[in-house]
Every structure is written in C-alpha cells, then in structure tokens.
Design a protein around this ligand. Structure first.
Ligand code: CAA
Length: 286
C-alpha cells in the first residue's frame, strides 16, 4: 500500500508533539489538533523548541528544521482532520476524553478506509474500537518517551482490528523509522506490564524509607546500566500519567503489584508531577 502522506495527530503534549515531530522528519504532512488556541500555541512552541534543540546539538541542519516546520499545520477543530489518511490520538490518559475524541474523528474522516490509532498506555483497545463506527480500522499504536529517541512502537490490535489495518500500521511505523512489536490487548500491553511493577516497587522502597531516592536511582543506573533510575524515569513519564496507567492495570488484574502506592497518589495530589511541574522525586529547572 502507498505510504501515508497526510497524518493527523490529536494532542500536542509530550507524546503528541514527539510523534508529530518524528513524522515531519519523514516528510509527512502533519496536522496537529489541540483543544483550544492556547493549547495550540503551547504545542507549537513545544515542537519548535525540540527542533531548535536538534539544531543546537548538531542533529538537524537549519534547513531540515525549516523543512520540518513547513510540514506542520495546527488546528483546534477536529473536523479539520477530514482529509487525513491516518490519525493518531495522543490526548490525556482518560477513557472518556479518548472515547469522545475518537468518536468525533470517526465522523469527521472522509475516507472510510482511514485508520484511527490510539496512543493509550493502558485502556483496552477494544473498548475504544467499539465506541466508533470503524472497529476494524482502530488500533493501538503506543510510542515511548521521548518519542524522537525511543525506537519502539507497540502495535496493539483489538479483537475487531483487521489484518490489513495491522499491516498498514506496521508499514507506517517503519515509515517513521520505528521498530514495531505486536502486543496483546491487555492493560499494560508488553512494556508497561513489565515496567510499571518495577517503578512502583521503587516508590514503595522510597516510601518505606528503606533507601534514599538518589541511591535507588544510582543503584539501577550504575548497577544495571539503565539510562535512568526508576524514580527519575517516573519523573520523566509524569507521576499523574504513571498513576493513571497503574490504576488501569490494577482495575484489569486486581494484583497488588499494580496498585499505586500512597506516596505516588499524594505526590500527584500535591502537583509534584515530575519534570513537567519542576518537581517530583527530584527537582528540575523551569
Ligand atoms: N527529543 C529529542 N532528542 C532527545 C530528547 C528529546 N526530548 N531527549 C534526549 N534526546 C537525545 C539527545 O539529543 C541525545 O542525543 P545524542 O546522544 O545523539 O546527542 C540523547 O537523546 C541523550 O540525551 P541527553 O544526553 O540529553 O540525556 P541522557 O543521556 O540522560 O538521555 C534519555 C536522556 C534519552 C531520556 C535517556 O535517559 C533514556 O533513554 N531514558 C529512559 C527513557 C525511557 O525508559 N522511556 C520509556 C518511558 S515509558 C513510556 O514512555 C511508556 C508509557 O506508557 C509510560
């Protein structure tokens, strides 16, 4: 099948902006939707800042940056996605919001063969698929943070997803320069099912006072060659996102190892969300 030339990305937070940026580097025309004008401007700044950083670090030429910017357009109206061949939803990890966005996109898309992908980390794909009129063309496409760096994409077909949709999405992942693995439609898929219990164990270790957060992180960085320790990684993911993912996994399996520890909940309640709020298990410059 022909490569995707017109992509839509809904949500321009950490994940959506990364997905949009990566797609522009593959020469794809990308339309990004956010909820309102302010959110559009924040999203635009986020992508521009990341491209500038690429230029500063010698990864992109100024010409490549400008080329990427010409491939981007922004909207706050999901109906502007009508001509897209492929749309990736990357809004907040909330079932109602995602369902709403996907239903609206489903109605807006002109091409009945267009694919809707969701970047959910933990919501069952089939629940989102059956909420639309195109359950065969809805699939999970789970990216990792930071999207420009992490090579992996998990492809998660629902029971309703057609083999053609899976193949087209796999081809599209290669078009983006990503490596795809197929994951089951169970909360946490492959990677979070293994990662989240580990991250929550680190929170419990800090919560009990058994070890200092710096020692926990250094232990895994220096002892196991992880690029960052578990608490630093939670700060990168966002403690609110991590809590939402853990809750969803707990709801599915009712296993104590997925239950968000009280410390995680209290930190989220206090607004200590990690890097994005400047403070989590560690502190960060604005
Ligand atoms: N955009 C583009 N490039 C970036 C970047 C970003 N946001 N952040 C870092 N990079 C690049 C840098 O340019 C640099 O590239 P070069 O070496 O070629 O110059 C490289 O990544 C390393 O960056 P830094 O030197 O700034 O910092 P670092 O060495 O500490 O690496 C890191 C930062 C890439 C985040 C690394 O620590 C890492 O890979 N950490 C693990 C991240 C991880 O596990 N992510 C998965 C989270 S789980 C998830 O996302 C799923 C979910 O559902 C919760």
């Amino acid at each position: 099948m022909d490569p995707v030339t017109r992509l839509g990305v809904v949500g321009c937070g950490l994940m959506g902006s990364g997905i949009a940026e990566v797609a522009t580097h593959s020469g794809i025309d990308v339309r990004v939707a956010e909820a309102n004008r302010d959110a559009v401007e924040t999203g635009r700044r986020r992508i521009t800042a990341s491209l500038e950083r690429g230029v500063r670090r010698g990864k992109l030429s100024e010409q490549q940056r400008d080329q990427a910017l010409t491939k981007l357009s922004f909207t706050h109206d999901l109906n502007d996605m009508a001509d897209r061949q492929f749309v990736i939803e990357a809004v907040a990890e909330n079932r109602d919001i995602k369902t709403d966005v996907l239903r609206t996109l489903d109605k807006a898309l002109e091409d009945s063969a267009a694919i809707l992908a969701t970047n959910t980390s933990s919501i069952p794909i089939v629940d989102l698929a059956i909420a639309t009129e195109r359950p065969g063309q809805l699939i999970g496409m789970h990216f990792f943070n930071p999207v420009p760096v992490q090579q992996l994409v998990e492809l998660i077909p629902a029971l309703t997803t057609t083999p053609e949709t899976v193949q087209r999405t796999r081809d599209f992942a290669s078009q983006l320069g990503k490596q795809a693995i197929q994951a089951p439609d169970r909360s946490g898929f492959v990677v979070n099912a293994l990662l989240v219990p580990y991250l929550l164990s680190a929170v419990r270790m800090a919560e009990s006072g058994a070890a200092h957060p710096d020692d926990i992180d250094q232990g895994m960085e220096l002892g196991c060659a992880h690029p960052m320790g578990p608490l630093r990684l939670l700060d990168l993911i966002g403690l609110d996102t991590a809590q939402a993912v853990a809750e969803s996994m707990y709801e599915e399996f009712k296993e104590p190892l997925y239950a968000p520890p009280a410390l995680l909940r209290r930190m989220v309640a206090a607004g200590h969300l990690g890097r994005k709020s400047g403070r989590g298990f560690h502190t960060y410059d604005a």
